[in-house]
Design a protein around this ligand. Structure first.
Ligand SMILES: NC(=O)c1ccc[n+]([C@@H]2O[C@H](COP(=O)([O-])OP(=O)(O)OC[C@H]3O[C@@H](n4cnc5c(N)ncnc54)[C@H](O)[C@@H]3O)[C@@H](O)[C@H]2O)c1
Length: 251
């Protein structure tokens, strides 16, 4: 039997990279996509060097034509993408007083519309295949909590909750499951950025507040993504699962 085909957006670094590696280890052929070409190709090399299957495609999720072209090209060669991880996202500090329309649009375009674009391109293949599974990266901010000076980010991540629920219902009858993960604070380039997020000191301080005693690692999210995409989650759809070391039950 042909191995399952997984596509991950924003897979050059961080949570996307960890998820691509975990999916490869779980036996998927992994399509690594990102705007970061060097990093994406390094992830592919790591997977291929470990004897697994992967290939890189440059992909900006804000470009509908590119999204459609990449999904078509991949499916022409390997068959339908039956596992999809919509991970690409940006976080910017944007106080409302100085928030320009363009900055709002940029965050929405990547974080929310970007997910819709890739989902829209991949679902016909899943329908042909008779099923599939999708995981969208929301966040505990947006899903449960707020984040001062990050209105576009939080609104986009709240929007991902709606995307998950509506798409899950729309495609449940065709064996396509759509779920989300709401990560807590995970160590990555995003959270290590002291301007747009917590930075190293902020991560250390936040770790003190986490019931499980540490901030997350990208692998903590990747393992849940692999589970949600697997047949072990066969009766699970339309849910966004907080993976946060207990943060949202402790505040
Ligand atoms: N790290 C956390 O604590 C945390 C918490 C909650 C949610 N998340 C979400 O998880 C996802 C991954 O986060 P991360 O911490 O790994 O972030 P990161 O900044 O380390 O990586 C983000 C990835 O998205 C890619 N990307 C950005 N714009 C893109 C575009 N237009 N097209 C394609 N790819 C693009 C980047 O190149 C990068 O590979 C994001 O959606 C983020 O919002 C992260």
């Amino acid at each position: 039997m042909r191995e399952q085909l997984a596509l991950v957006t924003g897979a050059g670094i961080g949570l996307g990279r960890a998820t691509a590696l975990a999916l490869a280890n779980a036996g998927y052929r992994v399509i690594v996509t990102d705007v970061l070409e060097v990093e994406g190709r390094e992830v592919v090399a790591e997977i291929v060097n470990s004897g697994r299957l992967a290939e890189f495609h440059a992909l900006d999720v804000t470009d509908s034509g590119a999204v459609n072209r990449v999904v078509s090209a991949v499916e022409a060669q390997h068959g339908p993408v039956t596992a999809l991880v919509l991970n690409a996202g940006i976080a910017r500090t944007l106080p409302l007083a100085s928030l320009e329309d363009a900055a709002w649009d940029e965050t929405m375009n990547v974080n929310l519309k970007g997910m819709m674009r890739v989902m829209r391109a991949a679902i016909p293949g899943m329908q042909t295949a008779g099923g599939g599974a999708i995981v969208c990266l929301s966040s505990i901010v947006g899903a449960v909590l707020g984040w001062s000076e990050h209105i576009p980010y939080v609104a986009s991540k709240g929007g991902v909750m709606g995307l998950v629920r509506a798409a899950a219902l729309e495609f449940a009858g065709q064996g396509i499951r759509v779920n989300g993960i709401a990560p807590g604070v995970i160590r990555s380039a995003q959270t290590l950025d002291p301007v747009n997020s917590l930075g190293e000191d902020g991560l250390a301080a936040f770790a003190e507040t986490v019931p499980l005693g540490r901030v997350g690692n990208p692998e903590d999210i990747a393992d849940v993504a692999v589970f949600l995409l697997s047949d072990k989650a066969r009766y699970l759809t339309g849910q966004v699962i907080p993976v946060d070391g207990g943060t949202t039950i402790s505040l």
